[in-house]
Design a binder for this molecule. Structure first.
Ligand code: NAD
Length: 421
């Protein structure tokens, strides 16, 4: 049993490039095209001062990276965290490009991040940091150029501050500059649950493929935030048994099943899932190895590695998090017959409903939650079927299949637009 939080040796950008090269090789992409797609189109680093509540001024570093915009404006979340790096943001931006392409929505990929520790900051400090960071990156974001969204340690309140700051500069409200906003200022029905809802839709399809009933299936989840806690609720509602969950402080396990709503209340009151009554305490990484049928990594990158992949017991790994599995671990899992639904497919429900939010904001015409869920299910099922068909055709894992599908679509758009000038 071990408690390490994040494998420091995994460089997400190296991982992303390795995955890209594997697909590019099979697609027989020219070296010229590979060079275009391998690197982000634009990387912005900003260093900016924020006044703290105690009167002191602290300078923070933030990034906004746009990977590729040939299929549409750049789209991608903003994360806050002490270990955010430029390479991480570059990897996440590249994955966003492939994600939008794999589900067929008209966006390119971007990502942003600020190195800070939001748990040590007051709400007022977080608001000033967000408004200043927004101002610094406003030279490249906009409703038709680059549209941020929430990610790790950011939420709808942060999105509201971004929308307000950008709108103050423009002189009028620009809701379409950011998605994941509160409903009262142009957010979309269904956005909060969208990532986890999409994970559920594709997991149902994967379970059907192997003839595994969802009812009674044992589920283990790493991370209990937007993606993880909502997945726990939805999978529980589906009839699955949530046997283990974790957050940065540790994990809890109960083979008879946990009540996700009670765990969430415990986390809200105590700041962690740890200490939840009637559950065994396990390490952060142990939830990846407990006996279960479905494993949902919903925390961070590089957690399934050569060190633990052979001990994964789940038949299906549904990647709610971005980049949780290293390329070497992918091989181990594929050889074991584990179905890995890759991040760019599994968690694409978030960006898909973000796309709906953007369309609604631009039209100032809003849809009901039934319509949104129905459209989301159609898009997720269609993408799953296309990826599964490709995986069958090439006898490969679903990540390679999804990357091949996505990269060929982006390469086609790049080719057909031509190289300017
Ligand atoms: P969040 O901040 O709401 O929650 C993250 C959770 O993971 C927290 O419970 C935190 O304690 C836990 N965590 C962080 N590092 C951990 C670690 N090393 N081990 C165990 N737990 C850890 O973030 P989120 O929005 O739920 O994002 C989680 C993952 O899902 C990220 O990879 C993110 O990129 C991805 N994702 C999120 C969305 C979305 O709409 N929020 C969409 C697509 C993908």
């Amino acid at each position: 049993m071990h408690d390490e939080v994040k494998s420091a040796v995994v460089n997400p950008y190296h991982m992303a490039v390795e995955q890209f090269e594997a697909a590019a090789e099979i697609l027989d992409l020219s070296e010229d095209m590979r060079e275009v797609l391998r690197q982000p189109k634009r990387e912005l680093t900003v260093n900016f001062p924020v006044r703290l509540d105690n009167g002191r001024i602290k300078t923070y570093t933030g990034y906004r990276v746009q990977h590729n915009v040939n299929r549409g404006p750049a789209k991608g979340g903003i994360r806050y965290g002490p270990d955010v790096t430029l390479d991480e943001v570059k990897a996440l931006a590249m994955w966003m490009t492939w994600k939008c392409a794999v589900v067929g929505i008209p966006f390119g990929g971007a990502k942003g991040g600020v190195i800070c520790d939001p748990k040590q900051m007051t709400p007022a400090e977080l608001e000033r940091l967000t408004r200043r960071y927004t101002t610094e990156i406003s030279i490249i974001i906009g409703p038709h150029s680059d549209i941020p969204a929430p990610d790790v340690n950011t939420n709808s309140q942060v999105m509201a501050w971004i929308m307000d700051t950008y709108s103050m500069h423009e002189g009028f409200s620009v809701p379409a500059v950011v998605t994941g906003k509160p409903l009262s200022i142009g957010g979309s029905e269904g956005r909060n649950d969208a990532t986890a809802t999409g994970v559920l839709f594709v997991t149902r399809q994967a379970a059907r493929r192997i003839g595994m009933p969802m009812r009674g299936a044992r589920v283990s989840i790493q991370g209990y935030g937007n993606a993880g806690a909502i997945a726990a609720r939805l999978f529980h509602h589906e009839g699955c048994k949530i046997v283990a969950v974790s957050d940065t402080r540790g994990g809890i396990y109960n083979e008879s099943g946990l009540d996700p709503a009670a765990v969430l209340r415990h986390k809200q009151e105590r700041g962690s899932v740890v200490g939840f009554p009637k559950a065994q305490h396990v390490g952060v990484q142990d939830v990846l190895e407990v006996p279960c049928d479905i494993l949902i990594p919903a925390a961070t990158e590089g957690v399934l590695t050569t060190a633990n992949a052979d001990r994964v017991q789940a038949r299906i790994v549904a990647e709610a998090a971005n980049g949780p599995t290293t390329p070497q671990a992918d091989k181990i899992l594929f050889d074991k017959g584990t179905i890995v639904i890759p991040d760019i497919l599994a968690n694409a429900g978030g960006v898909t409903v973000s796309y709906f939010e953007w369309v609604q904001d631009l039209q100032s015409f809003f849809w009901g939650v039934e319509e949104i869920t129905q459209k989301l299910e159609m898009i997720m099922n269609r993408a799953f079927a296309a990826v599964a068909e490709k995986a069958d055709e090439f006898h490969c894992d679903m990540r390679l299949a999804a990357n091949m599908l996505a990269i060929s679509r982006v390469a086609e758009a790049t080719q057909i637009r031509g190289i300017y000038p």
